[in-house]
Design a protein around this ligand. Structure first.
Ligand SMILES: [Zn+2]
Ligand SMILES: [Zn+2]
Length: 222
């Protein structure tokens, strides 16, 4: 049964995910819904699935991943949970919105900080492992479900690409190292659900990603 549902939201084509816990509750990841229409689409899916959002998790706090955080907080009562090492990205989000000239709801109060690297979060009968994987942002994490072999990966590794490293807190060497150590250490059949673009697998990216591959010969590894 497919428990993870995806949406493409906002001007950045950011992917928000909804994980159905299987018990009437759900977790939203990186809420980027920015318009009334996008928010209604999200609500419609929750209604169709018969779930209520009880938790909001962030891979990182770039503008495009938090545009719906205020709305989620007021609609469902849950503040976004961020790894504390990404604080500076969080603080920067409304400033970036101003620079881009994009309307942006003020950031809500956050929920409890995400736990340390290697700690787990329960989503009904699904357990997610938190892995710190900075390089795109200073405090980026990925959420790994070992039971169903999937990763909610944010902007670390994309299908045929990688997260940009030119924004504040970005570092190409750190990003390459984390893709190798935190993602390529998983078996080939894990599916990655990234923050932009379609899903991919660890095996596919290890063999053909032009920037960071399993052989260590990618553009970012030389
Ligand atoms: Zn990002
Ligand atoms: Zn993004």
């Amino acid at each position: 049964m497919n428990r993870l549902h995806s949406f493409v939201f906002n001007a950045f084509s950011e992917q928000t995910y909804l994980l159905d816990h299987g018990n009437g509750e759900a977790t939203v990841f990186d809420p980027g819904m920015s318009s009334t229409q996008e928010r209604e689409a999200f609500e419609g899916t929750c209604e169709r699935l018969g779930v209520v959002v009880v938790q909001c998790l962030l891979t990182h706090a770039h503008l495009d991943h938090v545009m719906g955080a205020n709305w989620i907080k007021h609609r469902y009562g849950c503040g976004p949970r961020l790894h504390p090492t990404d604080e500076q990205t969080w603080v920067q989000a409304p400033i970036s919105a101003q620079l881009y000239g994009i309307s942006f709801d003020e950031l809500p109060d956050r929920g409890e900080d995400l736990g340390e690297h290697g700690s787990t979060i329960e989503c009904g009968d699904i357990e997610l492992e938190i892995r710190c994987a900075p390089g795109h942002s200073i405090g980026h994490v990925v959420f790994v479900c070992h039971k169903s072999k999937f990763v909610v990966g944010g902007d670390v590794l994309f299908s045929g690409s990688i997260g940009r490293t030119d924004l504040p807190g970005g570092d190409p060497d750190v990003l390459a190292k984390n893709i190798e150590e935190q993602l390529y250490s998983l078996s080939d059949d894990y599916t990655i659900h990234p923050g932009h673009g379609g899903a991919t697998s660890i095996g596919k990216e290890k063999s053909s990603n032009p920037f960071v591959n399993g052989a260590g010969t990618g553009m970012l590894q030389r």
